[in-house]
Each structure stands twice: as C-alpha cells, then as structure tokens.
Design a protein around this ligand. Structure first.
Ligand SMILES: [Zn+2]
Length: 209
C-alpha cells in the first residue's frame, strides 16, 4: 500500500487572454473571494448563465449522480432559483485533452503529472477582460480513489460530491479561502465530507451571481 500525502490539493489554474489594448480601464472591486484580473475586477461569467457543462466520456457513469448533486447545490443556492449550471451533454467524444475549445468540459484522468500527485483535481478557467468564457475540470483518478455514495463516507477515498462542489466554485471564478465553513478550502482530506456551500460561499457568489 502506498502512503498518501497528508494534504491533498484541489487546484485552480487561471489563464487570461491578453487584454484588448483598446479596452477602457475599469475600477477595482472587492474580491468577494473571486479571482481578479490585473485591474482588480472580479472575473466571472457575468450574466452568461447557465454555464453549459459537457461531461467527457472518460467520466464513469457511476460518477454522474455526484456531479448532479454538486450542480444542484449551486442551482438551489446563490441565485435565488436561477440556474447556474446546466449539463449540456454527457459521454461526449473527443480527445482526453483539456484545451480552450469553446466547451467547458469535465474530464477523468487515469494518468497525472508525476510532480503533482497530491492534486486531486484541477480546474482551468479562461477569461477575457473580466468575463470567463470557458472552464475545464480534470479529476485525478490515477492518484486517488473516489466515493460516490451520498449515504456513506469512506476514509480511504475522496468524497466526489465535495470535490466537484469545490471545483465548480472555481468554474464560477472563486478562489481559495480559509474562511470557516467554506467549500473553497485548498485541501480536502480523504473521507472528509463537505457537500454544501457555506454561508460565506453563498455571500461571495452573490457579488457576481
Ligand atoms: Zn481548489
């Protein structure tokens, strides 16, 4: 049996397109725990909701329900019933190669970077100005096993509901925080259950949604 690192990370990679040189400077905003652009404005999908998600064929069908539950936490939470996420298609074809292709896609990887074995998942957001236009999520099934069962916890597996809830926060533009009760803590221990957005997350999301 292989020892796992005590801290496992749930990561965000944010890629900004070069700002249009002609764009007008905009005033700084409070972060509300959002990623901010160089002008210190929150980066989000603005009113381009719901965010359309595609589930790549690499994702096991057993995992669909956990993804749906995490989406429901957002759709019933910050937006006063406004639909935040919508699964547009599941089992979609295409290479196992997250890239800026116009589709926000969830991927499941059985291979992972050898120097990032403590990373449970990684979400990459793409934005222009202060608007996100695509986000891709990859889940590390090489270095971790996952629990999909909403009724139990498994202390040697990562709770998939909790992980996807966190990564979807990144999709919306949220960064990490140490605030009590937040789903956006940088680490998620195996067996830890964190399946609901915290009050602080709901308040942060309301700054943009
Ligand atoms: Zn994270």
């Amino acid at each position: 049996m292989r020892l796992k690192a005590a801290l496992a990370f749930v990561c965000l990679m944010a890629l900004a397109l070069t700002l249009d040189a002609c764009s007008r400077p905009q005033s700084p905003q409070d972060s509300c725990n959002f990623v901010q652009n160089p002008e210190l404005q929150r980066v989000s999908w603005k009113d381009h909701l719901p965010v359309k998600l595609y589930v790549h064929k690499s994702v096991p069908t057993d995992a669909y329900a956990a993804i749906d539950r995490a989406i429901t936490a957002y759709n019933s939470g910050p937006g006063n019933g406004r639909e935040i996420f919508k699964i547009e298609a599941r089992g979609v074809d295409g290479d196992l190669n997250p890239q800026k292709d116009g589709y926000s896609t969830i991927y499941w990887f059985n291979t992972w970077d050898a120097d990032r074995t403590t990373e449970q998942a990684r979400t990459t957001i793409y934005w222009s100005g202060n608007e996100i236009f695509e986000a891709d999520m990859r889940i590390n099934a090489k270095d971790f096993t996952f629990n999909y069962d909403v009724n139990s916890s498994n202390f040697s597996a990562v709770d998939l509901d909790s992980l996807v809830l966190h990564e979807l926060g990144h999709v919306l533009g949220l960064a990490h925080t140490t605030a009590a009760g937040s789903a956006m803590h940088a680490t998620l221990d195996e067996g830890q259950v964190r399946r609901n957005l915290g009050a602080v997350d709901l308040a942060d999301l309301k700054c943009e949604y």
